[in-house]
Design a protein around this ligand. Structure first.
Ligand SMILES: Cc1cc2nc3c(=O)[nH]c(=O)nc-3n(C[C@H](O)[C@H](O)[C@H](O)COP(=O)(O)OP(=O)(O)OC[C@H]3O[C@@H](n4cnc5c(N)ncnc54)[C@H](O)[C@@H]3O)c2cc1C
Length: 456
């Protein structure tokens, strides 16, 4: 009798999928323990990492920053492959620029004496909400003492609003106080717009469409790596290429969009034949949009939270969306529904050929608008903890199925048929490339441990 090697199929060739593949290949496949395949729906690897070129410079269509270099696995890889040096200019090679010039709608350049107190207020409030500071600022009162949001269901947006109102009360601000040289703006409306500008920047850091949807309590649980935030001269894609480079040709298959994952939640007598139309003893069957299919013992799902959500809320009965057969258990569906997922866009502008950067460096501009939805700067994060959800929901999304170690799961059916990785499954580093990386390592280790090959 020929004993088949366990077959692991990873869905998605982004940071999480390729990290898991890299780890599984080096620790298991190379030693003959498994078969491995990565299927990617798009026509390139990298997912939300995509280095490109614009006006002769290397730009990042997706992830740009290493958020804190100390302890970051992404920083470690970039160092190992010498990715911090490049002849070609790259996006944000100058890091964060200091001293922004703030311009209000209709072209009024704002004095820093007007902007700075509001910027300081906003930063103090956010640092407090994120647990980085114990005090908000002298005289600012929000709720009783510092217990705002203790009972859950409070948002970062409502906390910030209370902070601004308390500041205005302290400053006895009213609408009659004008600002010289600023047309129809009065001081209060300008302060409100400056505050909104910072809120919009914060929205790009969190991808929350509105900070009133961002859970207040979860904000302080988020972990940042210490140290500088830097960009990668050779491009973020160099990290992806390095992870993929260990995999032999053919392991990664592009243009293979997964449509349905059939799995076996219940213990069945003789799995063989139970998989519709299949003759394989492997418990999972993956159906692709091109009509082909593949069987597997384990599937590591690394598609984004947005793709999982689309599969759940398939209101248009679109047969092309990502689905599970039978559907995911209710507690998992509820967690996926509760968590937030936003859109982050970037805009690149090309300056006129007359502009000479060696004479006049393009300033760091901040724009203040009457309508609070215009700021674009360092966009970043896709998943967030929405009000009403919690970081426990990320653990729920990450739970493998079936898993006999989890209360209530069905024993007897083949274990770990479906595993989940991706930035939205990491409860303290979600929304980042390193969160995706760590989730890939976590699920690779889970399988290596399952087959007792962690130290092979
Ligand atoms: C504009 C922008 C800027 C960002 N900036 C930063 C930053 O500066 N720093 C930072 O740390 N993070 C940043 N991020 C976040 C970071 O890019 C992501 O957290 C990370 O890349 C996610 O990796 P992942 O593997 O979890 O998911 P993904 O990269 O989304 O990978 C999932 C893969 O699954 C594939 N897939 C989807 N559906 C299917 C299907 N049905 N069948 C087969 N394959 C499928 C996708 O094509 C994709 O390749 C940014 C994100 C964006 C959008």
């Amino acid at each position: 009798m020929v004993i088949k090697k366990p077959r692991i199929v990873i869905i998605g060739a982004g940071m999480a999928g390729l990290t898991a593949a890299n780890k599984l290949y080096k620790s298991g496949v190379k030693k003959g323990a498994f078969e491995l395949c990565v299927v990617e729906g798009g026509n390139r690897i990298g997912g939300r990492i995509n280095s490109s070129e614009f006006g002769g410079d290397r730009i990042e269509m997706g992830a740009t920053w290493i958020h804190g270099i100390e302890g970051s696995p992404v920083h470690k890889i970039a160092q190992e492959i010498n990715s911090f040096e490049s002849e070609q200019p790259w996006e944000c090679m100058d890091g964060f620029l200091d001293d922004p010039i703030t311009i209000a709608e209709n072209g009024y350049v704002l004095n820093s004496s007007l902007v700075d107190p509001i910027s300081d207020l906003f930063n103090n409030l956010m640092n407090f909400a994120q647990g980085k500071k114990k005090l908000i600022g002298e005289g600012i009162e929000i709720g009783i003492g510092t217990d705002f949001g203790r009972n859950g269901n409070s948002s970062v947006g409502s906390f910030l609003k209370k902070g601004l109102e308390s500041y205005w009360k302290l400053e006895s601000r009213n609408e009659t106080e004008g600002v010289f040289g600023c047309g129809e703006w009065n001081r209060k409306s300008l302060e409100e717009a400056i505050f909104a500008m910072h809120e919009n920047t914060q929205r790009t850091f969190t991808a929350a469409n509105d900070l009133h949807n961002l859970d207040y309590l979860a904000e302080s649980k988020y972990i940042m790596f210490p140290g500088e935030e830097i960009t990668i001269a050779k491009g973020y894609s160099s990290i992806i290429e390095s992870l993929a480079s260990v995999l032999p040709p053919g392991v990664v298959q592009l243009n293979k969009k997964v449509n349905i994952i059939e799995w076996q939640p219940e213990s069945v007598m003789g799995i063989m034949g139970n998989i519709q139309g299949g003759n394989s003893s492997r418990p999972v069957k993956i159906h692709f949009l091109d009509g082909t299919s593949m069987s597997a013992d384990h599937v590591v799902v690394t598609v984004s939270l947005g793709v999982l959500k689309a599969g759940i809320f398939n209101d248009n009965n679109d047969s092309g969306v990502f689905q599970f057969k039978p559907p995911l258990p209710n507690h998992k569906i509820e967690a996926i529904s509760r968590l937030g997922y936003g859109v982050v866009n970037k805009l690149f502008l090309k300056l006129s050929p007359d502009y000479n950067p060696s004479i006049n460096r393009f300033p760091f501009l901040q724009m203040v608008f009457h309508k609070p939805d215009h700021q674009v700067k360092n966009p970043k994060i896709p998943s967030y903890i929405a009000t009403g959800s919690s970081i426990a929901d990320m653990d729920t999304v990450a739970e493998p199925m079936p898993n006999s170690t989890v209360f209530g799961s069905t024993s007897g059916s083949p274990q770990l048929q479906i595993l989940f990785a991706g930035e939205a499954t990491h409860k303290t580093h979600y929304s980042t490339t390193h969160g995706a990386y760590l989730s890939g390592i976590r699920e690779a280790n889970r399988l290596l441990q399952h087959y007792h090959c962690l130290d092979v």
